[in-house]
Design a protein. Structure first.
Length: 365
């Protein structure tokens, strides 16, 4: 499909009805609108808003649904940006955050308070790929919302790792599905962006108002690039998931150099049953621990010459990193092992990636 690029900031207005159609690109833009329609279709949702980044999507959502003295419950194994935002900025507005292990939905019961407004989960999580049972957590929230509470508790899911191709949180009971479109939706690492999808028209309207006020809309060029990339996401993921499964199975056999592998497509993954119930495939991300410590992990990465050392993911190119010193460096201490490596599998062949990873194994033997 040929998607025309519209970089205009201004649009010709109808004098009698100036708000009919596009008004100003901080409010809306033809390319942004087409991307939003595409993402809503992929997520089987009614409404979508595109943002300047994944964190812009998350923070605008938080500013929209939260008020001072509200309480949030968040996965303790979440993206570093989300963690830092809640830890450092939300408390300035007297918004309280509790980080819990969401792998066991029973922990929700123990943490819900009279002032709880939002439960924010990331599944699969970054970087350990742990899962949260969206449907079960949704049932828990629904049971509490039926009681006499000050406000209805909302459920938001960061669906970036799974993508709308492999998991649809709205169909499982979530109020919001959030993406960093920078990753697999774009697929080519050439445009930063984010998105929030919801079925609720009131929240869509409020999010649009706040996106306009905050100026967090996605730029037209980025929206055009992301829309173009999204056209091939199903085909890309089909191939990438096949290769990722093979790589994960092969890595698990490389003992003692590889201590363990985290990938929900493996029989050894502790939440494999949940993955099969909730996701259509295990995805394109693998985390694995090398024998030894941080220096061994560094040696492993230094020996590679095909896979790029970089913190992004979801691209047609394979990326690898050490979360402890890279993507999660500011929150890793005591939370993430220093010998853990995160691999995003691209469109290269299994044989090509295996050959490069063998160089890493040789470096730590």
């Amino acid at each position: 499909m040929n998607d025309p690029l519209n970089m205009s900031v201004n649009f010709k207005l109808d004098v009698d009805d100036p708000f009919k159609g596009h008004f100003y690109s901080r409010v809306s833009n033809p390319n942004v609108e087409e991307l939003e329609k595409q993402l809503a279709r992929l997520e089987n949702g009614r409404f979508c808003l595109a943002f300047s980044s994944g964190m812009a999507a998350i923070t605008t959502l938080f500013w929209t649904v939260l008020e001072p003295d509200d309480h949030i419950i968040i996965s303790n194994d979440c993206y570093t940006g989300t963690y830092s935002f809640c830890l450092n900025l939300m408390k300035k507005w007297n918004i309280h955050t509790t980080f819990i292990d969401h792998r066991d939905p029973k922990n929700i019961y123990k943490t819900l308070q009279q002032d709880t407004r939002l439960i924010f989960i990331e599944t699969p999580s970054n970087p350990t790929l742990y899962l949260c049972d969206i449907m079960e957590i949704s049932k828990i929230i629904k049971s509490f919302n039926q009681k006499t509470w000050n406000k209805r508790i909302l459920l938001a899911v960061d669906n970036t790792f799974a993508t709308p191709i492999l998991q649809n949180p709205l169909e499982l009971g979530a109020d919001f599905s959030i993406h960093s479109t920078t990753k697999a939706i774009n697929g080519h690492s050439n445009a930063i962006g984010g998105a929030v999808i919801t079925d609720n028209p009131d929240w869509h309207r409020k999010l649009l108002e706040n996106r306009t006020t905050l100026g967090t809309i996605q730029q037209p060029m980025n929206a055009w690039l992301t829309l173009t990339g999204s056209r091939t996401i199903k085909e890309r993921l089909t191939k990438q998931c096949e290769t990722t499964q093979k790589i994960a199975e092969w890595l698990e056999q490389q003992k003692p150099e590889i201590e363990y592998v985290l990938y929900s497509g493996l029989k050894s993954f502790p939440q494999k049953d949940l993955a099969e119930k909730q996701m259509k495939n295990a995805g394109t991300m693998i985390s694995f621990a090398v024998k030894g410590n941080l220096e061994n992990a560094k040696d492993f990465l230094k020996a590679l010459n095909k896979i790029t050392v970089a913190v992004s993911l979801g691209s047609v190119d394979s990326y690898i990193e050490i979360p402890y010193t890279m993507s999660h460096h500011d929150i890793a201490l005591g939370r993430i092992p220093d010998n853990l490596i995160r691999l995003s599998v691209g469109l290269e062949s299994f044989e090509e990636l295996k050959e490069d990873l063998e160089r890493g194994l040789t470096a730590i033997k």
